[in-house]
Design a protein around this ligand. Structure first.
Ligand code: COA
Length: 164
């Protein structure tokens, strides 16, 4: 299964329901507009039988990071850097949860960010986790920033090593 860029002419955004209203609303009303403005990119996983049905989605962009909220070793290594790739949103429709699609989407997002980092280097990937989803990201090696449990990071090097 592959992810594709959100296409509002093809994908049925109104049907999507992950149980978190702000995420549903972002997909319905903002994602396409934000992509048009080059502010964010949203990728969707289509149902293999009905391509208009969105199983899940994620949104990527960049974020500035305060290295002070990282362990000292990372601060030293990356002291000249101040940006990270951001998985701003990631969600699976309630009808499809518990089947591995969240994992598929997360790995797909990490691969795309790793690829992007080969062109425009940045040392970290950050996620903004909704309450209740922190454990999901920790399962895949993410660590919370010192100042915020809901904001987690993974280094590009860790991603490279685990994907290779
Ligand atoms: C969190 C979410 C993306 C998980 O999607 P999913 O398709 O159910 O996840 P998967 O089936 O791929 O699960 C992969 C693993 O993560 C675990 N997992 C799933 N949701 C979890 C959670 N909320 N906390 C801890 N672990 C979780 C699963 O048990 C599974 O572990 P296993 O391989 O040991 O069985 C989905 O429930 C969702 O969209 N929730 C609402 C929106 C949200 O909170 N998004 C995330 C932050 S913005």
């Amino acid at each position: 299964m592959i992810t594709v860029r959100l296409d509002k002419a093809k994908h049925n955004r109104d049907q999507f329901d992950c149980g978190v209203v702000v995420l549903n609303n972002y997909l319905k009303t903002m994602a396409s507009q934000q992509a048009q403005k080059d502010n964010t990119r949203t990728f969707v996983l289509e149902d293999e039988t009905y391509a208009s049905v969105i199983i899940g989605f994620y949104t990527l962009t960049m974020i500035s990071v305060d290295l002070k909220n990282l362990p000292e070793k990372l601060q030293e290594k990356h002291h000249t850097a101040n940006t990270a790739g951001l998985i701003a949103r990631l969600a699976v429709d309630k009808r499809y949860t518990g089947k591995g699609f969240g994992e598929l989407l997360l790995i797909d997002a990490l691969k795309r960010l790793l690829e992007a980092s080969e062109l425009v280097a940045f040392p970290l990937v950050v996620v903004d986790a909704k309450d209740g989803a922190i454990g999901f990201y920790e399962k895949f090696g993410f660590t919370s920033f010192i100042d915020s449990l809901n904001k987690l990071y993974l280094t590009i090097n860790d991603i490279r090593v685990s994907i290779e």
